[in-house]
Design a protein around this ligand. Sequence first.
Ligand SMILES: Nc1ncnc2c1ncn2[C@@H]1O[C@H](COP(=O)(O)OP(=O)(O)OP(=O)(O)O)[C@@H](O)[C@H]1O
Ligand SMILES: [Mg+2]
Length: 628
Amino acid sequence: MRGYQTHEAFWADVSMYFKMIVRAFILGLTIQVMILLIGLYGIQGGLNNLYVVGTQTKMPSTVAIKYYTGFGGVFSGNYIPVEPELQGYAKNNTKLPVDVYRNFVDWLTDNAYKNTQKKMHHWFYLSFLGYIATVLYLVIFISTSKKIEDEKFLRGAKVTPIAVLNKKLAEEAEKNPLSTLKIGDTILPYEMEPKHLLILGTAGSGKSVLLNQLAAQINQRKVQNQTGDRCIFYDLKGEFAAKQYREDLDLIFSPFDARSLGWNIFNELEILPDYDVIAKSLYLSSDPKDEYWYNCAKDVFRTGLVYLKMNNKTRNKDLWEFFSQTLEEIQAAFRTLPLSERGALKHIDKGDSPAAASIVSILQERIQFFRYLVDTDGDFSFRKFIRQSKNNTPQPNLYILNIEQYETIFKPLMTLAIDTMIRETLSLPDDLNRRIFFIIDELGTLYKMNSILKLETVGRSKGACLICANQDLGRIEEQYGKANLKSFFNNFNTNITFRIREPETAEFLSKAIGEQQLVKMMQSRQMSPSEMGDRKSFSEQERTERLIIPTEFQTQEDLEAIINIANFGISHIEVPRIFYKDRYPHFVMREFAPLATTPEPETVVAEEEVNKPVEAEKKADKFDLVSI
Ligand SMILES: Nc1ncnc2c1ncn2[C@@H]1O[C@H](COP(=O)(O)OP(=O)(O)OP(=O)(O)O)[C@@H](O)[C@H]1O
Ligand SMILES: [Mg+2]
């Protein structure tokens, strides 16, 4: 059956092309005939008004036929009868041989018929121009038949060639000389920066390579133009600190890093409402089911902070020791507070209840990191760091390192730090010339921050630029919920998507980029064995299809990406292979004080044994707190 179908399809095509050629030929022939008729009409007009030269004798109309055909009549043989009015010029001959007749007529008319014959030849050759129409007919129909099979774009999104997108962006970028951020030849206009950038891609697809290029460009602009741009990096691998850090200017915050700033939570607490904000930031639940417990823990933590402040115990050690007490001790401390500050007592007054145990467990889990801050107090304040921004002198960048090895310990602290800086940024006065870049690698490794959604929507007027890189959207959805994920995603005006392995993210992105409506020429065939060849018919059908299908995201090579810039277009882009060398170590482990050992229980020992160092003490000298 397949063989028959192929055979029929071949003959259908042959017969269609044959029909087309025949029609084209008929068109050419018709035009040729028309040209000839026009020529003949003109010639005939001329011949009708011919006179014997120098006389009033009009040449009879029959002369032309006899002259051109050599036909003088059925019975005339090789002779041509001379018209009666011309016989006088022919010495009264009534017949002349064909050649003599022609010479006679030429002599009478001064070669008028001979010249006309030449003209007729010209018209004849000219008539073949009619076949140009044949060629045009074929060219036009063959090319349109090819086009017809293509899809015609109707409406919706469209993939823009990268050169076109680059041109549009370059025109926009001309408005501001500070438009210096680029991905290869693609400029990100200055005004687009605070409309945020989301970079997605699986491990090794190119996110960090791109982030490093952007960070290097921001730093270069800062120095060249003396701008006050600052970057806050959330750096899981220490790779930005290794490649972009500048010892003379930049700051590092990472409690286990020897280069870290010293910090104390009370540096962030200026007025009473700050206590609520900080406590809320530490105890924000991703799951609405747990919200009640997290709120209780937040209340207890907040009240603890108030207690510590009122008792002038504001070192990290004080905080850690306070919350390491028994529940009864914490209750007793809270009871010393003024009545208005004792609200949290109700959550923990039944010390042995499962509810109190849950609250304490959540409370403890989120502040474990204070254990490692006990001897790292310092003046640094995240809020002041943001507030001290100046627009016209280079400002330090801040590298918040959360080295993967200890990531879970410091997750609440890192969330608190970034959340606090975002909130402070949002409280700054509007300034479109300020640039504070939040460059966050793997947002999903932080706890939920309500501030990030606000930063996306109202950060622009403050000059806040959020640049997030993530492997997929799964962890963000877990933290922020399905409904928030959509607005989180939509508020990034620029998306750059490298290879995505995770099918759900690929599907989400494909859907988010949208659909295009096309008109497609559809072919249908009717076959019948009784006919020579089958018949084809064509119809136009409107079709809606995804602009980028999910597998396109899944099959991109390293450093290849799809860029989607709101109001500019969607295009395929390649990140240049520019790699930066490590100039500093990713991480410098700080020294830890040796773990103090508890003295051995007193036992009766021999006199000489007393002065010997205990074996356990020797071991403890080498014992590192981190390895517990
Ligand atoms: N210095 C370098 N020299 C050559 N190739 C490099 C260099 N640095 C990165 N690459 C290549 O660039 C690609 C992208 O690497 P990149 O570090 O940007 O991945 P990523 O998307 O950040 O991954 P991850 O999620 O694991 O951080 C990789 O294929 C890597 O091999
Ligand atoms: Mg990376």
